[in-house]
Design a protein around this ligand. Structure first.
Ligand code: URA
Length: 490
């Protein structure tokens, strides 16, 4: 029996390296085993030998690496051997993964599904609490109890979502820490390290009660998405039963009385509270479940009341474009015409944007176009509605939707049109001067960011010469996008 020792329970890279070596050495699946850390391996097992010189590379179906990555995250102790058996068999049975009735393939599919589900639940049910640190920095800590080894798999999601905060997620299996610059994984924690309630908790509970919509209550759907086994780590869980019990009466009241605003609207929120709320806002943003598709996200966003902008606006203007677009363009917020039409970038700024895309040879139909804030913010002046820049708190709260768009589309490139868009994507304020025209790596994935000016900036320039100069620079930036959009057949 040969044995490979892996660094941690979801050590996919270690497994892959050892599995390649084992195939090259001709070690059959019955003769191969894996153990983690200083765990004892099987009696009389010998360490796996070194890679033989000149061993050929392995070829596997395109779907296999992703499948194996998820399989090794499963809690079953057989996971590494199962993944190795599949790899070994794939060298001899090329179409194996298509045979759904094969026992190994079926088991791997079951493992993958369970891991995907657990990772989804982690995204939805992690609740950060703010803790004091000695250096005066705010640190957000969450405690979560996954069934499988999903911390490595799911951490990039939190990095994309909270790049500007210092946070840790502790689980009994593994922990992850982000200090604003580096993500570090560490062994599991125990429940005594669980963060205590903080003052964001009261805020979050108020928020949860105010967004709980009794008219939309579907108890079965809600419990299927938020199984009771997760409730003991969810502060809002204590509210669920009383809210459900009171739902019928609350529905009646809602119909009888004029619409009221969520109680938080009345509160003048300080920057600190907004950040705390952004950290504490659950992945669902007040809906029964996280969206699985862009269409579902768009439908949910139609009802979003997470900030006060929904009320005076005509409608939510959600992003538009192919759900697998390679590029997402992010503007600031819809303008007057976009608000009326319900589509992004169709007014004067949209014309400047379209002209630059055309000059650069980029087909807008291949990109996804959205905004940092999905409702029009304005000040009525006579019959006109004058654009108002969204507040930082509105950008932060609306960032949830941008995150969903990013997560579901997974573009190769995000183009931030202006400083508000750049701040929404990165999670902190940046200047156009310092960031413009460079391809910046975004943390937690392989998406790049390109920052450029907002097309409305060009429109507002006082003289034609400056406008022409800026239009050229803007077109040059659009030219940088071209490399990310596949050529279109004529
Ligand atoms: N400005 C934006 O930022 N977005 C639009 O959709 C229109 C104008």
């Amino acid at each position: 029996m040969k044995l490979a020792r892996l660094d941690h329970p979801a050590d996919f890279e270690g497994w892959r390296e050892a599995a390649r070596r084992a195939v090259a050495l001709g070690v059959s699946p019955d003769e191969m085993d894996f153990c983690v850390g200083d765990e004892a391996g099987p009696l009389f097992a010998e360490p796996l030998g070194a890679m033989p010189d000149g061993a050929p590379g392995l070829s596997v179906p395109r779907a296999f690496p992703d499948l194996a990555r998820k399989v090794v995250c499963h809690a079953d102790p057989e996971r590494f051997r199962l993944a190795y058996r599949l790899l070994w068999r794939l060298q001899r049975e090329k179409g194996l993964l298509e045979v759904a009735s094969d026992a190994d393939v079926a088991r791997a599919a079951e493992f993958e599904k369970a891991v995907r589900r657990d990772s989804h639940k982690m995204k939805a049910f992690v609740r950060f609490r703010e803790v004091e640190t000695t250096d005066g920095q705010r640190h957000y800590i969450a405690w979560f109890e996954p069934f499988h080894h999903v911390v490595e798999l799911t951490a990039p999601f939190f990095l994309r979502r909270f790049p500007g905060m210092i946070w840790s997620i502790l689980t009994p299996k593994r922990s992850v820490h982000w200090d604003g610059a580096e993500m570090v994984f560490a062994p599991g924690a125990d429940a005594s390290q669980k963060p205590a309630d903080d003052d964001t908790e009261a805020l979050w509970l108020t928020y949860y009660s105010s967004i709980f919509n009794p008219a939309r209550l579907k108890v079965k759907a809600m419990q299927a998405e938020m199984p009771k086994k997760y409730w003991h780590n969810l502060p809002e869980a204590a509210l669920i039963e009383p809210l459900i019990r009171g739902a019928e009466a609350a529905s009646r009241r809602m119909i009888e009385t004029a619409p009221t605003l969520p109680s938080l609207r009345a509160e003048k929120q300080s920057e600190r509270n907004t950040m705390a709320r952004a950290a504490a806002v659950p992945a669902f943003n007040g809906f029964n479940k996280a969206p699985d598709t862009i269409e579902e996200a768009r439908e949910q966003a139609r009802h979003c009341k997470a900030c006060p902008l929904w009320e005076p606006a005509t409608q939510t203007v959600f992003g538009e474009g192919p759900p697998d677009a390679p590029v997402i363009f992010v503007g600031e917020q819809p303008g007057d015409q976009e608000d009326l039409a319900g589509h992004p970038f169709v007014g004067p700024a949209g014309k400047v944007f379209n002209a630059a895309l055309e000059a650069a040879g980029v087909d807008r139909a291949q990109a996804y176009v959205t905004n940092a804030v999905k409702h029009f913010k304005f000040e009525p002046r006579g019959k006109r509605r004058i654009h108002k820049t969204p507040a930082v708190s509105e950008v932060k709260v609306c960032r949830w939707w941008l995150e969903q768009e990013r997560e579901l589309i997974r573009p190769k490139l995000i183009v931030a049109l202006g400083a508000t868009a750049a701040a929404a994507v990165i999670g902190k304020t940046v200047t156009i001067r310092d960031t413009r025209s460079r391809l910046i790596d975004l943390p937690g994935g392989d998406t790049k960011l390109l920052v450029t000016v907002h097309p409305a900036y060009i429109l507002r320039l006082p003289d034609a010469e400056a406008q022409a100069r800026e239009q050229t620079l803007f077109e040059e930036d659009m030219g940088r996008v071209k490399a990310f959009v596949p050529e279109i057949a004529l």
